[in-house]
Design a protein around this ligand. Structure first.
Ligand SMILES: *Cc1c(COP(=O)(O)O)cnc(C)c1O
Length: 374
């Protein structure tokens, strides 16, 4: 059986968690701070704020961006449902934009959706491929909107020579095991703004004015105050110690993932019934997932292809979901049409890509897929 994905975890991560547990400090503390500093340095942002997962990261970004009930936030429908949910959490309305052939939000369509109630645009770097950040920065500047990046899948990806996380002021990452590096669950927000960093740190810890770490290391008695209604969105030191080890392996993981992606691209490039991932000049993907789009859906039935591969021991997934088609959204959004997103969703398949993947596994997969589609 070849799984769709597999986290790369070793004795080093286990040892790091073990060591942290024995220090007696298991919730947010010195390891979280160390992970934040290393993460910020890695992506090239001024600050990084660790949280419990990317969904809570997005929620906090909505709050610091000042998004409230009655506001609209433009985002792609074609994304994991947590993208749109984070807008709902603050009572605002997700307004769904169309995507391009690279699965990323279309800037022209997004612009056509701007109304006086629009407050922000939430772009997604889908399955690790960067969206056109500069185009959205320009659009946001023109209409005085905030830009938020859902980079859940995009750790290590880069746009115009700079890593994702260094381009704008509210960028959210995930460390779920389905992403390129993992802490079990976990999330991170990068920002260059000190005021955002301070507010995010406040909100993730019940609105508390002094962190546990500061209180415990102080030689004077300090009383904390809770200065606004916050949340418990903390990452633990056990998770952070795993994250530090994962971050050390990230460059190697990226190189390995890209080697596999290159093999797939080489193996499938001559099949004209399908379209392979589009990585334009200046874009650098971590290949969190490898998606194949079936151009000729009369010749190849996507669901039958998935079933045939499963019977050969190869696990695949449908393309990225369309949030407006999920039951939680379907009624409210029943009148909207997003033909490109719906077509991509219906005719794409994600194939296995993980580290380490043996040459034999890659070759088996290539042969099986070729047999089914050519
Ligand atoms: C995985 C994912 C999320 C959610 O991340 P969690 O850490 O599981 O909360 C949000 N947005 C996108 C685009 C994702 O792929």
């Amino acid at each position: 059986m070849i799984p769709i994905a597999k986290p790369y975890l070793t004795k080093e991560e286990a040892q790091a968690a073990y060591d942290t547990i024995l220090t007696g400090w298991v919730t947010q503390g010195p390891k979280v701070q160390e992970f934040e500093e290393k993460f910020a340095a890695y992506v090239g942002s001024k600050y990084a704020v660790a949280v419990s997962n990317c969904t809570t990261a997005l929620h906090l970004c909505m709050i610091v961006a000042g998004i409230k009930a009655g506001d609209e936030v433009i985002c792609p429908s074609m994304s994991y449902i947590a993208t749109a949910n984070s807008i709902k959490y603050v009572g605002a309305t997700p307004v769904f934009a169309e995507v391009n052939e690279d699965y990323n939000i279309d800037v022209k369509h997004a612009e056509s959706l701007i109304t006086p109630r629009t407050k922000a645009i939430l772009i997604v770097h889908q399955i690790g491929m960067p969206a056109d950040i500069d185009a959205f920065k320009a659009l946001c500047a023109k209409h005085k909107l905030l830009l938020i990046e859902d980079a859940a899948c995009a750790i290590g990806s880069a746009y115009k020579g700079k890593k994702i996380g260094s381009h704008s002021d509210l960028v959210c990452f995930s460390f779920h095991p389905r992403k390129v590096i993992t802490t079990g669950d976990g999330g991170m927000i990068t920002t260059s703004r000190e005021d955002y960093k301070d507010r995010l740190k406040l909100l993730r810890q019940h609105g508390m004015s002094v962190s546990d770490r500061v209180r415990h290391s102080s030689s004077k008695v300090i009383f904390e105050d809770h200065i606004e209604v916050g949340y418990n969105y903390r990452m633990t030191d056990v998770q952070a110690s795993i994250g530090i080890k994962q971050l050390e392996k990230l460059d190697w993981l990226l190189a390995e993932r890209r080697k596999i992606a290159l093999k797939y691209n080489e193996a499938f490039k001559s099949i004209d019934k399908i379209r392979l991932p589009i990585e334009k000049e200046g874009y650098y993907s971590n290949y969190q997932s490898f998606s194949i789009y079936i151009k000729d859906s009369k010749a190849i039935n996507r669901n039958e292809l998935m079933q045939a591969l499963l019977e050969k021991g190869i696990s695949t997934r449908r393309g990225i979901m369309c949030t407006h088609k999920e039951t939680a959204y379907a009624e409210e959004y029943k009148s909207i049409k997003l033909p490109v997103s719906e077509d991509l969703n219906g005719n794409s398949i994600l194939i296995p890509l993980f580290v380490p993947m043996t040459d034999e596994e890659v070759n088996t997969l290539v042969d099986m897929v070729k047999k089914q589609i050519s």
